[in-house]
Each structure stands twice: as structure tokens, then as C-alpha cells.
Design a protein around this ligand. Structure first.
Ligand SMILES: Cc1ncc(COP(=O)(O)O)c(C=O)c1O
Length: 455
């Protein structure tokens, strides 16, 4: 091991929460360029997971760097309570322009968790201002992930991430996920009559609609369900149920928003309206931490009518340097047609992914949309039995893939919240078909090596 790596690993011990023990990284990320990351020895890796799911326009974009520096030359920070913030106004206008037409306002924050925290509070205050202060519960799905802060974790159905903090969380009800590969209701589509959507109506009736504020869901699954794509009937049914009970639909597009699935927002694949969209990762492409909550006009109008302010905000929210980064990234996404590019690449991405990987005995399922793919790793392809969680199969696969030069994101818990290994890939939108082929060749080899250890 090089001195530089040893020194970095030693200093990493000063960072609480860093990955220690067998999962401690063994390479330094030295720099990035386009779809590639380079380590301390100059070895090149395809950033095939983009972050996870962050890097939209690629690494090292000079336009973004120059715009941020120019803004820093002027001013890096001022408090939002005292000054109008021009880059932020421009960013808000841009976000609204590409958002579904019913969403006409936005509030910015610094992470996906903060955005969902904001949405949960906003939904409740909306009902308070409307004269229904008891509507407070947010219903969500098992195997979902909405963030690490206490409100966002309360609505996350990710058992591994929740369990140690159970006493701190709201124990709000959750329904099964629309994951056909592992249907939580043991049914088959279409004879199931979309039981996973009907479950929302049942649970709202059981707990009492007068207590339910919102339903939150990722349009296409993330860490918990590895890019699960619900059937076409699912979101129209969810929308109808929400309307029937005056429950807001919070659409968590932290991953899917701003082009990842081949449309500006994932929910557009179902042609369904959300009342609140939260988004983050690809919006600034990793150039700065930033997230957004985009809000239906009817919500804004209730606050305006009451003359009420939303009692919520963060010191750093919408700071001018982050706003400039967001604005430039969105400009690049729009001008270079990167959403359309993600949509166009989908066919090749999934065709090549299936061709190279589906034959492997440990690949149970490949699913997703646009440039967002989940690969489920199984011990037994016929029975779908997952690996023993103690083996950390997804983490081991990630290490092997990285040795081959391909980055991907390992997750666990898809089966019952505790078991089930998955590997997510979501490359920058600027990737070419040839680069996709190279990455899947690397993953093909990685599965061959993985199976020597695990089969
Ligand atoms: C769907 C979804 N929501 C929320 C979050 C939380 O975002 P952050 O890690 O920026 O707090 C994530 C993070 O991966 C996510 O995938």
C-alpha cells in the first residue's frame, strides 16, 4: 500500500461515521473528468453509478467551475432574510419552467433528507392553515428510502437504516412496495388488481383520513427496491386515492429528478400530478450540495390567503454559489439535450446490461428506467433466495467491480428490509454507447469472479 494511501487511511480515523474495518476504502479519489474518476496511481474508473445517482453532466465541467468562481468573486454568502438573491431567483424560474405545470413555487435546501423533512412539515402546515390541524401522518412504503434525518427516516421503510433509532421515529403506517419481482402481497400482475395501490386506501380508512396529511413515494425505487418500476396503473390509482381523502402526494425525486429516467421528473412516465416534488442529486450534479422542494400552486395559495409564512428554513439554503452551480448545471442539461439523451440511451443501456449480465447464475433481476438500473444478486435464481446478509455479497461485488475499473452502488434490504443484495448503476448522462459497453464488459467479468467466491 502506498504511503499516501496509508496516511489517508490513518487520518480517516478522525472522521466519525467513516467506513472503518474491512469496508475502509483502499484508494484515494484524486480527480475526475467526464465520466471517469482517477485514483492516486492514475488508474481510471468509469463512474458508472455517478455518485450514487448524483453526477449528471460529468466531472470537471469548466463552465460550472467558472460560473461558481465568478459568483465567489462577487459574493459567496449573504443571509436570505435581508437580501434578494439573483442567482436563486433565476434558478427557481428555471426549475419551475421544467417542472409539471401545477408546481409553481420552490424552496431550496441542502440535501435530499432536508427536502423530505421540509415536505413533511409543509404538508402538515398546509392542512393546519386549511383548518384541519389533525392531518399530520405521512404514509409511505416498506423498502423505501427518504433520508437519514428523523422525519425523513420515519417515512423510510428501510429496516436496516431505521432499526437502531426506532424509539426516535414516528411510527406511521407503511404499505407494501409495488415490486413485482418480490410482491409483498404474494400476487401476480395483472390478476393482483394492483393490491399494492389499493393498500393505501385501506390504510387511510383504517387510521382515519382526518389524521393523514400525505403519502410519500419515490416514483422509481432507489436504494430500498433497486430501481423498481411500478406498473402503469399504480400512480393513477394512488393519485385518485389521495384526492379522495384530501391527502397530499409527495413525490420523492431526489434520484429521479432532472433527467435521470429520461424525463425531467420520473412521475411524468405515469402522467400523474404530484402536489410536492422533492429533488436533489442530479440538479447540481455534485458540484455543490443542494436540494429543492417544488410546490403546487394550491398549497401556496392557502398560505397566501391566510397571510401565513411557512415556519421553516435553513441558514445555508439557496446560497448564491450553490444557486449558480444549480443554474449552470440545469442550463447545460437543457442546452445539451441531456434529458433526451438519457431517454435515447435507455434502450442500449438495458439491452447491453441484460445481454452481458442476465445469464449469470447470481443475477436475479435487472430493472429500471432511463439511465437508472438495479441489478438484484441472488443465491438461487429459481427460488429468488437472497444471500446470507453476513456475507455482505453486494459490498463484495462492489469491491470486485471497482478492481475491474467500474463504479457501482451496493445496497441491501430489498427482500424483507434485512436481506437481499442489489447493485445500482446510473452513469452520467454524457456517457456514450461504447463506454456503456465497456462498463458492462467489466461488470460481466466482475460477476464471473464474484461467482467463483459465492457459488
Ligand atoms: C430517494 C431518496 N430520497 C432521499 C435521499 C436522501 O438524500 P441525502 O442523502 O441527500 O440526504 C436519498 C439518498 O440517497 C434518496 O435516494
Amino acid at each position: 500500500m502506498s504511503n499516501r494511501v496509508e496516511a489517508a487511511q490513518k487520518s480517516a480515523e478522525n472522521i466519525f461515521g467513516a467506513v472503518h474495518g474491512p469496508l475502509m476504502p483502499k484508494v484515494i479519489c484524486d480527480h475526475g473528468e467526464g465520466i471517469y474518476l482517477f485514483d492516486q496511481n492514475g488508474k481510471r474508473y468509469i463512474d458508472f453509478s455517478g455518485g450514487p445517482h448524483v453526477v449528471s453532466i460529468g466531472h470537471g465541467n469548466k463552465r460550472v467551475k467558472d460560473a461558481m468562481l465568478q459568483q465567489m468573486d462577487k459574493v459567496s454568502f449573504f443571509f436570505r432574510g435581508f437580501w434578494l438573491n439573483e442567482p436563486l431567483m433565476a434558478l427557481a424560474e428555471r426549475v419551475i419552467k421544467v417542472s409539471p405545470p401545477n408546481l409553481t413555487m420552490c424552496q431550496f435546501c441542502n440535501s435530499g433528507s432536508e427536502a423530505n423533512e421540509t415536505a413533511i412539515k409543509l404538508a402538515h402546515q398546509y392542512h393546519i392553515e386549511k383548518g384541519e390541524p389533525e392531518k399530520h401522518m405521512v404514509i409511505s412504503r416498506w423498502q423505501s428510502y427518504h433520508g437519514m434525518t428523523l422525519g425523513a427516516l420515519s417515512v423510510s421503510g428501510h429496516s436496516l437504516r431505521r432499526n437502531k433509532f426506532g424509539l426516535l421515529l414516528h411510527q406511521w403506517p407503511k404499505i407494501g412496495s409495488p415490486l413485482c419481482y418480490r410482491c409483498p402481497y404474494d400476487l401476480n400482475y395483472p390478476s393482483c388488481k394492483i393490491k399494492c395501490a389499493q393498500a393505501l386506501d385501506e390504510i387511510i380508512n383504517q387510521v382515519g383520513p382526518q389524521y393523514v396529511s400525505a403519502f410519500i413515494a419515490e416514483p422509481i425505487g432507489g436504494a430500498g427496491t433497486a430501481c423498481m418500476v411500478p406498473v402503469p396503473e399504480y400512480y393513477p390509482m394512488i393519485r385518485e386515492i389521495c384526492d379522495k381523502h384530501d391527502v397530499l402526494f409527495i413525490d420523492d425525486e431526489i434520484i429521479c429528478g432532472f433527467g435521470r429516467t429520461g424525463k425531467w421528473f420520473g412521475i411524468e412516465h405515469w402522467g400523474v400530478k404530484a402536489d410536492i416534488i422533492t429533488s436533489a442529486k442530479g440538479m447540481t450534479g455534485g458540484y455543490t450540495p443542494m436540494a429543492v422542494v417544488i410546490i403546487d400552486q394550491k398549497i401556496g395559495e392557502v398560505f397566501t390567503r391566510k397571510g401565513a409564512a411557512f415556519i421553516h428554513g435553513f441558514t445555508m439554503e439557496g446560497n448564491p454559489v450553490s444557486a449558480t452551480a444549480g443554474l449552470t448545471v440545469l442550463d447545460i442539461i437543457e442546452k445539451e439535450g441531456l434529458v433526451e439523451r438519457a431517454a435515447k440511451l435507455e434502450e442500449h443501456f438495458f439491452m447491453r446490461g441484460r445481454e452481458k449480465l442476465a445469464h449469470h447464475p447470481t443475477v436475479g433481476d435487472i430493472r429500471g428506467k432511463g439511465l437508472l438500473m438495479g441489478i438484484e444478486l441472488v443465491k438461487d435464481k429459481q427460488t429468488k433466495e437472497p444471500f446470507d446478509p453476513a456475507l455482505r455479497a453486494a459490498n463484495r461485488f462492489q469491491q470486485i467491480a471497482m478492481e475491474k475499473g467500474c463504479m457501482g452502488y451496493p445496497t441491501t434490504g430489498v427482500d424483507n428490509g434485512i436481506r437481499g443484495d442489489t447493485f445500482l448503476v446510473s452513469p452520467p448522462f454524457i456517457i456514450t454507447e461504447d463506454e456503456i459497453d465497456t462498463a458492462f464488459d467489466m461488470l460481466d467479468e466482475a460477476f464471473t469472479d464474484f461467482e467463483k467466491e459465492f457459488c
